[in-house]
Design a protein around this ligand. Structure first.
Ligand SMILES: Nc1ncnc2c1ncn2[C@@H]1O[C@H](COP(=O)(O)OP(=O)(O)OP(=O)(O)O)[C@@H](O)[C@H]1O
Length: 579
């Protein structure tokens, strides 16, 4: 049997089976109890008639009222339980879905996330989950509130007068049919309003994050006008969506209620003894009350159709995220040092005809420091990220006998990565470095020459650094990010321009520390600053046209004019030390 996964709706129903059982039992109790209302209403009318006629006393009426009150308490108690657990059921599903979506989004390759409009994506996904869960909640509730209760009402009406019931039951299906025929329109307008809401969120995020740039370059008025157009579009689409969703409700109700005229006409004949059945006042009142409740319920069915249709549309959009998040990665302990072998590695960005690099092969033993450089935008960062395997690459990367495959293999305990972006978060320095790993961070702080900076902070390593590390200088941010990479033991380190924001003396000190630390590690140093390259064991020069040269500093200096020119230029400016 196929196992239910988070990419299937049934999975969520199945996981909440306990709450569903409680909802089912209390729902059946409540809805069967609902027919007691019309029955008691009819009896009350009859008792009143009998009291005036002298065949009953006031104490009979009191007893009936007491019974009615007790039944109401029981029925409403069941309703309370049903509603409470239906909410719990919906909340749990919403939490489970949001958790999975969150897991998926944080696993999405960073470049993909940057290319997607993150604000719009988040708004759409979260509101799609809400719509979807609302549809599931309504479906669950209405099975009882509409399905079971309508069946009980129909059975009761048939018992009172089956011919009249067949006549009056013609109208509610007309209301259903109308609601059903309009559900696509309702879903489409709702989907458009959601898209517009997502675009507005993206625009808001952009306006806030780039506020300074817009202000400095006098772009504020232009951006504000742009924002206004998004706002106006959102307003228009929201109004349209609400219009289709809510204004048709009274029309459904009127159609479903047309049968009331027949009930009064033919029911009156039944009471007079000239109709299909012989009724007393109680029967007439019960039948009328029951039919009105049935018609009201019928008009609610439109809301159910709309909710389910919208939920289906939302489900189709979030399902791939939920499905993809099904295979969650678990962190594993650091791998042992091993040899790195890269064979015929190639990478081309999706949609591009030109590879960033192709047929790149090299190997390195533990303790090797490899420099990667080349002209501006030659693909250094792209090569570094190939080891994270976030995007599919051609060729093979072996670490020992393990192939770093295409797909998400980053937490395999092999690769440590320090990217261009420090990716610091609003927490203390220590928390940013640790990321949950126990141990003393003092050593790595010394290694990245950050220990003295920390000593000057008011709370030392416990100092909160703000969102993105905004309370630190660029150089401090870069060193904290490097400290984090070094603190988490990995045998293969990819360091993307880690010295870009530090002075040359600090760069030298950190490098010497790296050399000591790297005695059993392989370190790839991606940089356009060549001052340290003479000290590296291997250098990879990316030409920027997809080709590359793998050699040493001396080898490249002798054979690659572009490398030599760049090195000499930096050396002349005091940026490189040729040994
Ligand atoms: N997500 C992407 N999709 C398509 N092309 C991309 C993407 N990211 C980068 N590129 C392109 O790939 C090329 C290499 O980019 P990359 O960032 O790897 O170069 P780099 O050598 O690290 O750059 P720099 O010299 O600025 O440090 C560039 O031409 C860039 O425009």
């Amino acid at each position: 049997m196929k196992r239910l996964g988070p990419g299937s709706v049934s999975y969520y129903f199945y996981h909440e089976k306990k709450f569903l059982l409680i909802v089912t039992l209390s729902g059946i109790l409540y809805n069967i109890g609902m027919i007691a209302g019309p029955w008691f209403d009819g009896q009350l009318a009859q008792y009143l008639y009998d009291i005036f006629g002298g065949t009953r006393t006031a104490s009979d009426m009191y007893a009936l009222c007491l019974c009615y009150a007790l039944v109401i308490v029981g029925v409403q108690g069941a309703r309370y339980v049903k509603r409470l657990y239906v909410r719990k059921f919906a909340n749990n599903i919403s939490l489970a879905m949001k958790d999975r979506i969150y897991q998926h989004l944080v696993q999405t390759p960073k470049r993909d996330m940057e290319q997607a409009d993150t604000g719009a994506l988040m708004t759409k996904v979260i509101s799609d989950i809400d719509t979807c869960v609302e549809g599931m909640r309504k479906f669950t509730t209405e099975i009882f509130d509409t399905g079971v209760v309508m069946m009980t009402y129909i059975v009761m009406l048939l018992c009172y007068d089956w011919r009249l019931t067949l006549c009056v039951l013609v109208f509610p299906p007309i209301a259903y049919a109308l609601a059903n025929s309009l559900r696509r329109l309702v879903a489409t307008t709702a989907a458009r309003s959601k898209e517009s809401s997502g675009a507005l969120s993206g625009m808001t995020l952009d306006r806030i994050s780039n506020a300074l740039t817009y202000r400095v370059y006098g772009e504020e008025a232009v951006q504000d006008r742009r924002y206004e157009t998004y706002l106006a579009d959102y307003e228009k689409k929201m109004i349209l969506a609400n219009l289709w969703e809510n204004t048709l409700q009274p029309i459904y109700k009127v159609i479903a209620m047309i049968g009331t005229v027949l009930v009064i006409w033919f029911g009156g004949h039944n009471v007079q003894g000239t109709g299909w059945e012989n009724w007393d006042i109680a029967a007439f009142s019960t039948y009328l009350a029951c039919f009105i409740k049935l018609a009201t319920k019928s008009s609610h069915a439109a809301k159910l159709f709309n909710a389910i249709q919208k939920a289906q549309v939302s489900w189709q959009r979030i399902q791939p995220h939920l499905q993809a998040a099904a295979e969650l990665r678990q962190p594993v302990p650091p791998a042992a040092p091993a040899e790195l072998t890269v064979r015929h590695l190639s990478f081309t960005y999706p949609g591009s005809a030109n590879p960033i690099f192709r047929d790149l092969s090299f190997s390195a033993k533990p303790g090797t420091l490899i420099g990667v450089t080349g002209p501006v935008a030659c693909g250094k960062s792209t090569l570094g990220q190939a080891f994270l395997c976030e995007n599919p690459h051609g060729g093979q990367i072996f670490f020992g006998t393990k192939e770093l495959g295409n797909g998400h293999t980053a937490p395999d305990g092999i690769v440590g990565y320090c990217g261009h972006d420090a990716e610091l978060f609003a927490a203390t320095i220590e928390e940013n470095i640790r990321l949950g790993l126990p141990g003393d961070i003092g050593t790595v702080l010394k290694m990245v020459c950050m220990d003295q900076d920390c000593a000057t902070f008011p709370a030392g390593t416990q100092t909160p650094i703000g969102e993105g590390g905004q309370r630190l200088s660029g150089g401090q941010q870069a060193r904290i990010a490097l400290a984090r990479t070094l603190f988490h033991p990995r045998p293969l380190l990819i360091l993307d321009d880690p010295f870009a924001a530090v002075d040359m003396a600090t760069e030298q000190m950190i490098f010497d520390n790296l050399r000591r630390l790297g005695s059993d590690r392989i370190i790839l140093l991606l940089s356009h600053r060549l001052s340290l390259f003479p000290k590296l064991d291997q250098v990879i020069w990316l030409n920027g046209d997809g080709t590359a040269v793998v050699s040493t500093h001396e080898g490249l200096y002798a054979s690659c004019p572009a490398y030599r020119d760049l090195y000499d230029l930096q050396h002349a400016q005091g940026g490189a030390i040729h040994e």
